[in-house]
Design a protein around this ligand. Structure first.
Ligand code: HEC
Length: 97
């Protein structure tokens, strides 16, 4: 039971609490400031509004978005993200400079 509570606490901590930490794995492809075309394919997402990024992420997670033929890759990236995580990430990316 204690373990369960600890795990739940960790999940709460990880979910949306620190978008900067969540973004670290995205940065590998999209760049620390979201300034890169990921794998030479994606749009540069720096400067995107939070809503635009959030919609894109939800689309990838649902498997309905695939603009450059690599939607399946982004589906994997978003699979474990909650709506709150994706919203926090979208807000974070919109503020990157
Ligand atoms: C392994 C490299 C890689 C990682 C890691 C990655 N992405 Fe992507 N991302 C891509 C590629 C490639 C595309 C283009 C997908 C397609 O065909 O629609 C993309 C597309 C996107 C788009 C839409 C841009 C467009 O071209 O329409 C957003 C927003 C995005 N990624 C955000 C993220 C976020 C947030 C994370 C971290 C949770 C992340 N990505 C992790 C490679 C990556």
């Amino acid at each position: 039971m204690k373990t369960l509570i600890a795990l739940l606490g960790l999940t709460v901590m990880l979910s949306a609490a620190d978008a900067g930490a969540l973004y670290q794995k995205c940065a590998a492809c999209h760049g620390a400031k979201a300034e890169k075309a990921a794998l030479g394919k994606s749009e540069v997402i720096a400067g995107w509004s939070s809503d635009k990024t959030f919609d894109a992420l939800k689309g990838y997670k649902a498997g309905t978005r695939n603009t450059k033929g690599m939607g399946a890759l982004m589906k994997g990236q978003t699979a474990a993200l909650s709506d709150a995580d994706m919203k926090a990430l979208a807000d974070y990316i919109a503020k990157l400079k």
